[in-house]
Design a protein around this ligand. Structure first.
Ligand code: C5P
Length: 218
């Protein structure tokens, strides 16, 4: 197996720790980390910036048609520009983006466009991508599928500790109940409950399972 072909899909609900874990795994494996949520967030930011209501699906789809996306990579991190603009961490996790991103993510046209962008990353490099539908829809053929979970209490606590205003229960509900590629545990995914585990423990578990599934136990 060549490293460039390695695609690790990590899904899970909001604040399950999957982003921290995915970043660490990418670093250990020497491949690129991509946050697919960041892509939905970037387009949500643009929608709000243009004064478009996320509930106005026709206007959002019209904006999508006029928007240029560009995925890239910098020092092992996947980057994503909307109309030539890279957004800051603060912009991507602003309260109004947090509260509207799941509505934008229910729109099938938005998903189709961003899934194509997500697949484009894999044409150039091996990667660890985290999101909600990475194992189920974006890369269904990869054997390296993980679902990182944590109890609702632990997840709320993690967000509070980060000082971020984020109604994760509402987002989880929208993400799990939407018609277009809802958050699901992919059938052949390994589920890791991170509630009682340290980041290191989750990373070790995932790396060990990648070794097992590649036929090279570590
Ligand atoms: O992962 P993150 O919390 O940044 O994702 C923000 C939102 O983007 C999710 O709550 C979800 O609505 C949407 N999303 C999605 N599919 C993905 C990644 C994120 O629908 N693969």
């Amino acid at each position: 197996m060549s490293v460039s072909a390695l695609i690790v899909a990590i899904d899970g609900p909001a604040a399950s720790g999957k982003s921290t874990v995915a970043k660490r795994i990418a670093k250990e494996l020497g491949i690129v980390f991509v946050s697919s949520g960041g892509m939905y967030r970037a387009f949500t930011w643009l929608t709000l910036e243009k004064g478009i209501s996320p509930a106005d699906t026709d206007a959002v789809i019209a904006l999508l048609g006029e928007t240029e996306f560009k995925g890239g990579e910098e020092e092992g991190l996947g980057t994503f520009a909307v109309n030539g603009r890279f957004l800051t961490r603060e912009e991507l996790s602003a309260a109004d983006v947090n509260s509207n991103v799941s509505v934008i993510a229910t729109i099938p046209e938005v998903r189709a466009r961003l899934v194509a962008e997500q697949r484009a990353y894999a044409e150039k490099t091996g990667l660890v991508m985290e999101g909600r539908d990475i194992g189920s829809v974006v890369f269904p053929d990869t054997p390296y599928k993980f679902y990182i979970d944590a109890s609702p209490e632990v997840r709320e606590q993690r967000r509070r500790a980060e000082g971020i205003t984020d109604s994760i229960a509402a987002r989880d509900k929208t993400d799990s109940s939407r018609k277009a590629s809802p958050l699901v545990v992919p059938e052949d995914a390994i589920v890791v409950d991170s509630s009682e585990l340290s980041v290191e423990e989750v990373v070790e578990r995932v790396i060990a399972e990648i070794g097992v599934r590649s036929g090279r136990p570590s």
